[in-house]
Design a protein around this ligand. Structure first.
Ligand code: ZN
Length: 592
C-alpha cells in the first residue's frame, strides 16, 4: 500500500531509541540501549535497541524488528495504522488514496456491511426485550437466575431470548423494513421451501457476539429445553462474522486484558460469562469451534500472555494438548490451568470464590510442560516409556523456530524425563532449520571440517556486529567462498545490500529477508556487544578470511563449479572466464 521510500523516510526521521525510550526505560550500554522487555516478563534486562541499525531485539523472547514492528506489537496496531501513527510523529505526509470507479464495489460491500450490523442490532434488541417480558421470558430468566447470572449483568451483556413461535423475529424484521434475504444471509431467518421465511433460533437464550469495536456480528443460542436437537447453535459465517476469527467477550474483556497483562481462554462462552459475572473479566472464548490461529491472532493483539483453562477430565486434557502445535506455530507458549476432574470454570469459581480462583493463575505450568507431564503419566517413567515420550515430544521442539525458545524447552524436556539435555538437542536438531543455521551446536554441516565451519561462523558474526567492515572484507572473499548454508545466505545478502546501497544497512537487510527465523538470527547477531577491541576484531577477521580462502584445492574445485553456474546465469561473461581460468590452474595444481 505504501511504497518503500515513504517508509524509509518515516524511519529516517524518527529515532527508534527515543520512540521506545518514551515508552519503556532504556539505558545506554556500549553501542546499544538496554531495558526490560515489554513483551515478556523479565527481571534482568535483555531488550536491546540500536540507534545506528534502527532495530530492536530481545535476547530473552526473541521479539524484534524495526520501529514499525515495535509499534504494531506494543500499541496493538495493524501495519497501516502503525504507518499512519509514525507518519504523524515524523511529519511525513502520506498519499491520499483517491476514490475511483474501482472502489464502487468496495463501497457497495461497505453499505451491505453496515446494513448487516444494523439488522443484528435490531435482532439483539428484539431478543433482549423478549427476555424481559413477564410471561414469555419466564423460563429463560429462571434458567439464568439458576446459573447465578444477575439481572444487571444480563442487561449489560444484552442477553436475550428467542421464543418458540417460528415467526416472531421474522415479523418484527419485516415490520422494520429489513430485507429478509439479508437477514437470511446472517442466519437469523431461513427460507421456507414454499415461500417466505421462518425464525432460525427458537426457544433459546441468545448471546450477542460482538467485534472488538462492540458491533453485533452474530449470535450464540443455547437451547432452553433439554429436548432440543442442538444444545448450542451459533450464527453461520457471513459477510460480518467468521467463527474462526471471532471470540466471545473480547470487547468487554479488552480493557481488563490490557490492565492485567494476560488473557484467559476458556472453552465456551457460558464459561466466559460465568467468570465475568464473578468479576474475572479478562476472559474470552471461541464460539462452537476449537481454537484456531485466527483466534490467537485476534486475541494476541491485546496480549500474548495467554492462560488456557479447561476441564480436568480426559477430554479436556486432550483438547488442551491438541492446541500445542497451534500455539507453537503462533509463536507463543500459553500457561495452563487444569481444573480438578469434574469441575468447569463455572462450578469452580462458584465453589471457591474469586480470590481463590484467581490464585490458580499463579500456579500455572506452560502448555509444553503440561504436555510432557501428561506423556509421562501415559507412557510411564521406565526406560521404554521415556524413550516413547521423547519421540512424541521432539517433533514439537522441532516446530519451535525461535532458537531461544527451542533451547528452553529442550532443557525442560530433558529434566522432566531425566535424560541428558545434549541427547534431546541432538534428537531435535536432526531436522531443524535452526540446526542448519548452526544455532544448535550439533548441527555442523556434513562434510565441513570443524575449523572452516567455525571460521565462517565467526567471520559472519563479526561482520554482522561490525557491518562497516563488510566492503573491505568482501574485496578478498565472495559469498561463494562460504560452504555453510547459513553463512552463504547472509554473505549473499551482504553482497546484494552493498550493490544496491553502496554500504551495509543492517536494518534494511533484515527487513528484506522475508524469513522470520533468519531475520531474528541476524538481529540477534547484530545486537551482540563486541567482545573484543577493534584491533582484535580486525585480526580475527583477517585470520578467518585467510582460513576460508586458503581452502584445499579440492574443496575449491567443488565450489567453483557452483560459482561458474551462477555467473553464467547472471550473464557475467568476464567472471565466467576468470573462474574457468582459476579452475584450470587448480586442476593443474592438483594433477601436478
Ligand atoms: Zn522479550
Amino acid at each position: 500500500m505504501y511504497n518503500k521510500s515513504i517508509l524509509t523516510d518515516i524511519k529516517d526521521r524518527i529515532s527508534i531509541v527515543s520512540y521506545i525510550g518514551e515508552r519503556i526505560s532504556l539505558k545506554k550500554t556500549g553501542r546499544n540501549f538496554l531495558g526490560l522487555c515489554p513483551f515478556h516478563n523479565e527481571k534482568t534486562p535483555s531488550f536491546n535497541v540500536s540507534e545506528e541499525k534502527q532495530i530492536y531485539h530481545c535476547f530473552g523472547c526473541g521479539a524484534g524488528g524495526d520501529i514499525f514492528e515495535f509499534v504494531m506489537k506494543f500499541e496493538n496496531q495493524e501495519f497501516p495504522e502503525a504507518v499512519r501513527h509514525l507518519a504523524t510523529i515524523a511529519g511525513v505526509a502520506l498519499p491520499v488514496f483517491e476514490k475511483n470507479p474501482d472502489n464502487a464495489e468496495d463501497e457497495a460491500r461497505l453499505r451491505k456491511r453496515k446494513w448487516c450490523l444494523r439488522i443484528n442490532e435490531i435482532a439483539r434488541d428484539f431478543f433482549a426485550e423478549a427476555l424481559g417480558k413477564r410471561e414469555l421470558g419466564n423460563d429463560a430468566r429462571e434458567y439464568l437466575k439458576n446459573r447465578g447470572i444477575s439481572k444487571e449483568f444480563l442487561t449489560q451483556h444484552f442477553l436475550g431470548f428467542a421464543d418458540n413461535s417460528w415467526d416472531s423475529l421474522t415479523l418484527h424484521l419485516e415490520a422494520k423494513k429489513v430485507p429478509l434475504e439479508l437477514a437470511c444471509e446472517l442466519g437469523l431467518v431461513r427460507k421456507r421451501d414454499t415461500s417466505g421465511y421462518y425464525d432460525f433460533f427458537r426457544n433459546r437464550i441468545m448471546f450477542p457476539i460482538t467485534s472488538p469495536r462492540g458491533d453485533v456480528i452474530g449470535f450464540g443460542g443455547r437451547a432452553l429445553g433439554e429436548d432440543e436437537q442442538a444444545k448450542y447453535m451459533n450464527s453461520p459465517d457471513s459477510l460480518i462474522y467468521h467463527k474462526s476469527g471471532s471470540v466471545y467477550g473480547l470487547d468487554k474483556a479488552a480493557p481488563a486484558i490490557r490492565d492485567k497483562g494476560f488473557v484467559i481462554l476458556v472453552e465456551g462462552y457460558m464459561d466466559a460469562l460465568s467468570l465475568m459475572q464473578e468479576g474475572i473479566d479478562n476472559v474470552v472464548a471461541p464460539l462452537g469451534t476449537a481454537l484456531t490461529e485466527g483466534h490467537l491472532r485476534l486475541v494476541g493483539r491485546y496480549s500474548r500472555n495467554m492462560v488456557l483453562m479447561f476441564d480436568g477430565d480426559e477430554a479436556g486434557i486432550r483438547a488442551a494438548t491438541r492446541t500445542l502445535e497451534l500455539f507453537i506455530g503462533f509463536g507463543t507458549m500459553p500457561k495452563v490451568v487444569a481444573l480438578p476432574p469434574g469441575e468447569d470454570p463455572d462450578s469452580m469459581v462458584k465453589k471457591e470464590g474469586k480470590k481463590a480462583f484467581e490464585s490458580r493463575m499463579t500456579e500455572t505450568v506452560s502448555l509444553f510442560e503440561f504436555f510432557v507431564d501428561n506423556l509421562v503419566r501415559q507412557k510411564g517413567f521406565d526406560p521404554a516409556g521415556r524413550v516413547a515420550a521423547i519421540g512424541e515430544a521432539v517433533p514439537f521442539l522441532r516446530m519451535m523456530k525461535n532458537p531461544v525458545e527451542h533451547g528452553v524447552y529442550a532443557k525442560i524436556l530433558a529434566s522432566k524425563l531425566g535424560v541428558d539435555e545434549a541427547d534431546v538437542r541432538k534428537a531435535a536438531a536432526a531436522k531443524t532449520r535452526a540446526a542448519k543455521a548452526g544455532i544448535v551446536p550439533d548441527g555442523v554441516a556434513p562434510g565441513l571440517s570443524e575449523g572452516v565451519f567455525s571460521a565462517e561462523r565467526v567471520l559472519v558474526r563479526a561482520l554482522l556486529s561490525n557491518s562497516e567492515l563488510v566492503p573491505e572484507v568482501f574485496e578478498k572473499i565472495s559469498p561463494d567462498d562460504f560452504r555453510d548454508e547459513w553463512c552463504r545466505t547472509v554473505a549473499l545478502m551482504f553482497a546484494r545490500n552493498m550493490k544496491e546501497k553502496g554500504k551495509i544497512d543492517i536494518g534494511g537487510l533484515i527487513s528484506e529477508t522475508g524469513d522470520a527465523l533468519l531475520a531474528a538470527q541476524i538481529r540477534s547477531e547484530a545486537m551482540q556487544a563486541p567482545e573484543a577491541e577493534e584491533d582484535e576484531i580486525l585480526g580475527l577477521i583477517k585470520d578467518c578470511v585467510s582460513l576460508i580462502v586458503r581452502r584445499p584445492a579440492k574443496e575449491r574445485l567443488k565450489s567453483i563449479n557452483d560459482e561458474i553456474r551462477r555467473a553464467e546465469l547472471d550473464d557475467d561473461e568476464s567472471r565466467v572466464v576468470e573462474l574457468l581460468k582459476e579452475k584450470n590452474e587448480l586442476a593443474l595444481h592438483k594433477n601436478g
